[in-house]
Every structure is written in structure tokens, then in C-alpha cells.
Write a protein that binds this ligand. Structure first.
Ligand SMILES: [Zn+2]
Length: 263
């Protein structure tokens, strides 16, 4: 399997818009060193690939530049973890992928997430009738939480995560799992995360947060599920890349935009 981290930033990205205008490093960088390129984070999203089949997980507002930066042009299916804007706002950009692959794109999401996606991108769910891909064209697949999920050559399981007041979808394919936007994991979901080679998990900051995991909480989970390797994503402006590299124990690393892991 091959994983590409399209983006590993929090909802506003790093840096955030704001602060003094002009200058060498505009925007709000928080504790992140603006001279370290790996601190520049677009909104969280990944591509997982196996046997030439690619699944995009989430499609935020940076999707176009992420695909171009990573040298990717094709996607075979999309999974949406939850309907927050930083995970769906780029869905219109998939029309370029439709044009490239010359077919509609299957999109997988839980019922309430699909409802929100359809309310915002209703035009993308109209059947394609040969008029050209001036709009994205999706085929909907509503999925259940805590159930098996098979897409192309990927055989896996999707599980419930708590994300503040809402739920988000955790995804496991073979020995890989993706858990973005998670503040708490039910015991049943923690049991799904055993025996992983690679776990990509959201970790917003050092301090506790009501809707996102933080460094100490990820440590706790990591000690419970013991993945071979853990990569942090959905990181905010308090998470400096080099500081994290120096502080995190062996086996836990911060992600960076454009990172590729083959496993
Ligand atoms: Zn979210």
C-alpha cells in the first residue's frame, strides 16, 4: 500500500490568514517556525493506493493544489469522514478528476454526512448524460458505522469516532488505519485498531481540546493499540514540526504535506 498525505493541517490550515500584512512570512504561524517548509500545512486529506486503485479520504478546500503538488491526477473513489467544511469544501474540484478518468466517481459516506454533502453539492449527484464534466459527477454509496467496507481491492472496516458533539468515521484497511478529527474512541473502536503497521491519527495541539485529540491523549491510545508506526495529522499552529520530531517518542512522527509512506 502507498499512502500520500495530501494535507495534515487543522481546519484553518497553517499559517492561518491574519496578522500583519506583507513581510517575509505573512499569516499567523503560532509556535510554528515559518522558515521550516514542513510547518506549512493544508487541510487534512490522504490518498491510499493499492493495485493501481486510489481512494481519496476527505476533500478539503486545498484539494486542487494538493493534487498538483503531489503529482496526482486520478482518484477511483472517495470516502468522507464527516461533513465539516475543511473535509468537503473541495468536492467541486473533483470534476477535473472526472474528466481525467472519464466516468463518475463513487463517493462513500455515512447517511447524515451524505445528506449534508448532497445539500451542498446537489448538482454533483445528477446523472451524467454525456454533457461533459463541467461539474463533478458522483455516485453515492451510503455506509454504516462499525461495519465492513469493501472498495475496489481494499477490504476493511469503518468505525465510530467521537468528534466533539458529532461523530466522525474511522477507517481501517488491512494494517493501515486513518483517524482524523477524533476526540474520543469507544472501546469497540480501540479494539479495531489492534495490530496496525501504520496509524494516521489527528492531533491538534498540546493542550486538551473538546473536539480533537491532543498529544497526551494520542500517547494514551498509542500505548493501548501499539501500532508499529503512528503519524500525527490535523495539526494546528502550536505544533512545530522540528520540536515534535525532537520530543515525540520513537514510533510517533508528525506528518507533512506531500509525505509518501509505502508499507
Ligand atoms: Zn472536523
Amino acid at each position: 500500500m502507498k499512502l500520500t498525505i495530501l494535507g495534515c493541517g487543522s481546519s484553518p490550515g497553517v499559517p492561518m490568514i491574519g496578522g500583519a500584512e506583507g513581510g517575509p512570512a505573512p499569516g499567523i504561524w503560532g509556535d510554528c517556525d515559518p522558515t521550516e517548509p514542513r510547518n506549512r500545512r493544508s487541510r487534512s486529506s490522504v490518498v491510499i493506493e493499492k493495485d493501481n486503485f486510489r481512494i481519496l479520504i476527505d476533500c478539503g478546500p486545498d484539494f486542487r493544489s494538493q493534487m498538483l503538488n503531489c503529482g496526482l491526477s486520478k482518484i477511483d473513489a472517495v470516502i468522507i469522514t464527516h461533513a465539516h467544511s475543511d473535509h468537503i469544501a473541495g468536492l467541486d474540484e473533483l470534476r477535473a478528476v472526472n474528466r481525467e478518468i472519464e466516468r463518475p466517481i463513487p463517493i462513500y459516506a455515512p447517511k447524515e454526512v451524505m445528506k449534508e454533502v448532497k445539500s451542498r453539492f446537489n448538482y454533483a449527484f445528477q446523472p451524467w448524460n454525456g454533457e461533459g464534466f463541467f461539474r463533478p459527477v458522483f455516485i453515492e454509496h451510503v455506509i454504516e458505522y462499525d461495519a465492513p467496507l469493501k472498495i475496489g481491492p481494499f477490504d476493511g472496516w469503518v468505525f465510530t469516532q467521537h468528534h466533539g458533539r458529532i461523530k466522525s468515521l474511522g477507517i481501517r484497511f488491512e494494517n493501515f488505519a486513518y483517524s482524523t478529527d477524533v476526540s474520543d474512541l469507544p472501546a469497540q473502536s480501540l479494539s479495531v485498531l489492534k495490530d496496525l503497521d501504520l496509524w494516521v491519527v489527528g492531533c491538534l495541539q498540546y493542550e486538551p481540546h473538546p473536539a480533537h485529540a491532543w498529544v497526551a491523549r494520542v500517547f494514551e491510545w498509542q500505548q493501548t493499540v501499539l501500532p508499529k508506526k503512528t503519524i500525527l495529522t490535523h495539526m494546528g499552529e502550536k505544533m512545530d514540526y522540528n520540536k515534535l520530531c525532537n520530543q515525540l517518542p520513537k514510533g510517533i512522527e508528525p506528518a507533512w504535506d506531500g509525505e509518501v509512506v509505502v508499507f
